[in-house]
Design a protein around this ligand. Structure first.
Ligand SMILES: NC(=O)c1ccc[n+]([C@@H]2O[C@H](COP(=O)([O-])OP(=O)(O)OC[C@H]3O[C@@H](n4cnc5c(N)ncnc54)[C@H](OP(=O)(O)O)[C@@H]3O)[C@@H](O)[C@H]2O)c1
Length: 373
């Protein structure tokens, strides 16, 4: 894991950008100072600024077989909310007073590892910090020419792999009528477009008129509706009069119940996420119409994207062809600066994002500035 760091300043309750910022010159020449976000208390309901602290740390020099990396982008994801609780889950909880972690893409500044050179672009699990020192095996060197580089957190990263895995899980194929919830978000927007490319009729639900318009106007969904307008069965009936064959469930709750009622014979449900309940203190109620599974011969399959990591090369190869052919619109919402990472996270949980929510950790546009373009 990461080499130990010396803590030099702690700023609790991350609300506004601090005045002290690591200078660009220092960042490039001698990046020994980094800032990181730590969890200092466990949230109840939606996280608040006082759950986080911005901490300045001094990094050690990389040792043999280690690299020093400057993060360019970091990801904020719904599963991180679960890790902020103290319960056991399929992934371990975040520790208090320790930096958060998650997916990031960065540039190697110094390397003492064979096969990795300064300037290389790498992905890692060391998000929520500006710089890090790690073993070479904890980073993955990626193609530096991909644009934007944040795509490694979205379409070409865990997000895209989740969408792709979910569709493969229930063998989504031409002719399927597919409903996707949280459709304007990171996973949903990719899952919808991949479904269209497979020849499906695609319906999306999202939480604002702008998102609904974007799904149909920009991403090519056949229909979309705003779940906040209510009457889910009625809206679903209007969008999919003959019912649906596949439901890509990102939210659970009432939308899952409405989808079950709209499923056709032998329908398949992809249990990807249940974000509607992530901030609830008590377990949320399940659908009241589970008996419909029997007569309709429905199947519901859950999955965790980590189980599909061994298929990453196959997925990336396929996605690069789709992207090169102009077949995918990669939507993202970019927030600038480590100090606003907690805000970006909470805003994503509230639906403030369109496409993948990412935090840019450098002042310049890293995708444009990277050498070798
Ligand atoms: N199984 C896996 O391995 C795996 C991997 C990655 C992600 N996931 C799951 O996939 C889902 C989407 O993740 P993502 O990274 O793509 O996030 P995202 O969709 O980019 O962002 C979350 C979205 O959820 C929607 N939302 C929030 N509260 C809601 C509620 N009460 N009811 C309905 N929608 C709500 C918001 O959009 P609106 O404005 O439309 O409400 C928000 O933009 C999450 O449930 C996540 O946990 C699962």
């Amino acid at each position: 894991m990461r080499t130990s760091v010396s803590e030099i300043a702690v700023e609790k309750g991350v609300k506004t950008p601090p005045s002290e910022i690591v200078s660009k010159k220092r960042a490039v020449r001698s990046p020994t100072i980094s800032r990181e976000i730590r969890l200092v208390s466990r949230p109840h309901g939606l996280p608040v600024p006082d759950n986080f602290a911005l901490v300045r740390v001094e990094l050690p020099l990389p040792e043999e077989d280690q690299v020093l990396v400057r993060n360019l982008f970091m990801s904020v994801d719904p599963y991180m909310r679960g890790r902020m609780n103290d319960g056991s889950s399929y992934v371990s909880p975040f520790q208090l007073d320790q930096p958060l972690d998650g997916a990031a893409v960065g540039e190697v500044i110094e390397s003492r590892a064979p096969g990795i050179a300064p300037g290389d672009i790498v992905t890692s699990r060391f998000g929520w910090r500006e710089y890090f020192v790690s073993g070479a095996r904890e980073v993955r060197v990626v193609d530096p020419h991909v644009r934007p580089l944040s795509a490694y957190l979205g379409a070409l990263g865990m997000t895209g792999l989740t969408a792709w895995s979910g569709l493969n899980l229930v063998d989504v194929k031409a002719g399927d009528r597919v409903l996707i919830s949280a459709a304007a978000g990171a996973v949903g927007s990719i899952a919808g477009q991949l479904s269209k490319l497979r020849g499906c009729r695609v319906i999306g639900s999202a939480g604002s008129p702008e998102k609904v318009a974007m799904l149909v106007g920009e991403l090519g969904f056949d229909a979309a509706f705003n779940y906040k307008d209510g009457d889910l069965p009625g809206q679903l009936k209007a969008a999919a009069p003959d019912g649906i064959d596949v439901y890509f469930d990102n939210v659970g709750g009432e939308q899952l119940e409405a989808a079950i009622s709209a499923m056709r014979l032998n329908g398949r449900i992809i249990a990807c996420g249940a974000i509607g309940g992530y901030n609830e203190e008590a377990p949320v109620s399940g659908p009241r119409n589970l008996a419909l599974f029997i007569g309709k011969r429905l199947t519901m399959k859950g999955f965790i994207v980590g189980d599909w990591f061994d298929r990453m090369p196959e997925f990336v190869k396929e996605m690069k062809v789709v992207i090169a052919g102009g077949g995918l619109v990669m939507k993202e919402t970019v927030v600038q600066g480590i100090e606003l990472a907690p805000h970006a996270f909470v805003d994503m949980l509230r639906g403030g994002n369109i496409g993948k929510m990412v935090v840019r950790l450098t002042g310049e546009n890293p995708s444009a500035a990277h050498a070798g373009d």
